[in-house]
Write a protein that binds this ligand. Structure first.
Ligand code: ARG
Length: 469
């Protein structure tokens, strides 16, 4: 009797010490297979590397290893063909695959979990998955960047108001505004690369949490899976989700950047701004108001930012206060990561399409850039160049603006003599300074909006992104 497993409980891979079968409600409550099934490729890749290592170390035979590798390939093919049946009573992707393997190849399958725990296995799977997805997001970000660079090149001559406090501030090139987003997404790409670099460390061999007494070779597994290093502390390894939190932070910042763009598009597409027209195919209508054409894509991108941020917050709270080492709470890491990833991926890809379907109303932008005392700072700088202290110049121009406002005039409406009544330093050369183009092109400081600077930036970004002019 001692050798024969008791019937029902033994159906579980961990059923040995149990006298009763798991309650159905518990199986339903603890199962993660409905979402962690998406890790199947990474789970199988990890298991194959682990099996090769076990064989090299003499922990399994060469034949057993071959049977395991073949069996795992067969399972992979069946999952991809959609014929593999995932069983919730087997909890997660790790046990679904291990159980199927044993059913297919017999006793050799039962040796796969030698010197391994699901605690280090799940960390490996998620790292492999995020390494791949991180690169995918970086490629998508580059597509979005290319969309912006293309628009900037096309509209290099267009001017528009730059805003602070959503009030017209100083005239800028539309291209300068567009390239600001390219810089934001460049930081996102860099942040992701950094996150991937840090998560690219091999956790297998930590086993349950203390390491293993069996003669394993962690470095071999790392090399097989393309990891440059192995994790240092087995207890840290199975309790660590820093990499998932970091990845979620990267996702959140990308979505925030998309959301700021979305907000601008919503504003700019409205009649009050009327700076941009979004192509019909990328808008939706109203079920009651026949005249409506709504910017639903940017609105949804903006809306989904709440959900991505929520995923980050959720995982931070899950990890807060967990004692070392592994706790089942950590199973709650995957849904927020997957949901954020899916959301950011979809948002980036629709944004890349959207950018190709915008037409800018550059006449409207130019008109908006011409009024509203947008060159007041230029006038102050003009006086500074004539040696007036900046604070005094600020005051002089402030009085000129107030004078204009009383009369409902713009700076360019004033005659030279009128301007000179505010300061004797003002000469005929002031008129050039008050023009929009003069203002834009004077801003030659590094990173400024002068056309020459923006052309430099465009060339640099086109080169980085592999766009040939
Ligand atoms: N499904 C589990 C997770 O995602 C795998 C690890 C389970 N480990 C355990 N000791 N129950 O975290």
């Amino acid at each position: 009797m001692a050798d024969s497993p008791r019937r029902t409980p033994a159906a579980k891979l961990w059923g040995g010490r149990f006298a009763e079968a798991t309650a159905a409600s518990v199986e339903a409550f603890t199962a993660s297979i409905h979402y962690d099934a998406r890790l199947y490729r990474h789970d199988i890749a990890g298991s194959k590397a682990h099996a090769r290592m076990l064989a090299r170390q003499g922990l399994i035979s060469g034949e057993e290893c071959d049977a395991i590798l073949k069996g795992l390939d067969g399972i992979c093919a069946d999952i991809e063909a959609g014929t593999f049946v995932f069983r919730p009573d087997l909890e997660d992707i790790h046990m679904n695959i291990e159980k199927a393997l044993t059913e297919r190849i017999g006793a050799a399958g039962e040796k796969l979990h030698t010197a391994r725990s699901r605690n280090d296995q799940v960390s490996l799977d998620l790292r492999l998955y995020l390494r791949e997805e991180g690169e995918g997001l970086r490629r998508l970000l580059a597509e979005v960047q290319k969309g912006f660079v293309t628009l900037a090149r096309r509209h290099l001559g267009a001017v528009m108001p730059g805003y602070t406090h959503l009030q017209r501030a100083q005239p800028v090139l539309l291209a300068h505004h567009l390239l600001a987003y390219v810089e934001m997404f460049e930081r996102d790409r860099d942040r992701l690369a950094d996150c991937v670099r840090r998560l690219n460390v091999m956790p297998l061999g930590a086993a349950a949490m203390a390491g293993t007494g069996l003669p394993i070779d962690r470095e071999f597994v790392a090399a097989e899976l393309g990891f440059p290093a192995v994790t240092a502390n087995s207890m840290d390894t199975v309790g660590d989700r820093d990499f998932a939190m970091e990845f979620l932070f990267c996702c959140t910042v990308i979505q925030l950047h998309l959301s700021r763009l979305a907000e601008e598009l919503v504003l700019w597409a409205g009649r009050e701004f009327d700076f941009v027209e979004i192509g019909d195919r990328y808008c939706t209508g109203s079920s009651i108001m026949p005249q409506k054409k709504n910017p639903d894509i940017p609105e949804l991108i903006r809306g989904k930012t709440g959900r991505v941020t929520g995923s980050l917050m959720g995982l931070l709270m899950t990890v807060k206060g967990l004692p070392l080492t592994y706790n089942r709470d950590l199973q709650e890491d995957k849904e927020p990561v997957f949901d954020a990833l899916d959301t950011v991926r979809a948002s980036l890809s629709i944004t890349a399409e959207l950018l190709g379907n915008l037409s800018f109303n550059t006449d409207r932008m130019r008109a908006a850039a011409s009024g509203g005392f947008m060159t007041a700072t230029d006038l102050a700088d003009y006086l500074v160049q004539k040696n007036m202290p900046f604070r005094q110049a600020h005051g002089v121009v402030g009085r000129i603006v107030a004078h204009c406002q009383e009369r409902g005039q713009e700076l360019t409406d004033l005659k030279l003599e009128e301007l000179q009544s505010f300061s004797s330093l003002i000469d005929g050369d002031v008129l050039e300074v008050l023009k929009v183009e003069g203002s834009v092109n004077s801003r030659l400081s590094i990173g400024g909006t002068a056309r020459a600077r923006v052309e430099d930036a465009l060339r640099r970004l086109e080169k980085n992104l592999g766009i040939t002019g």
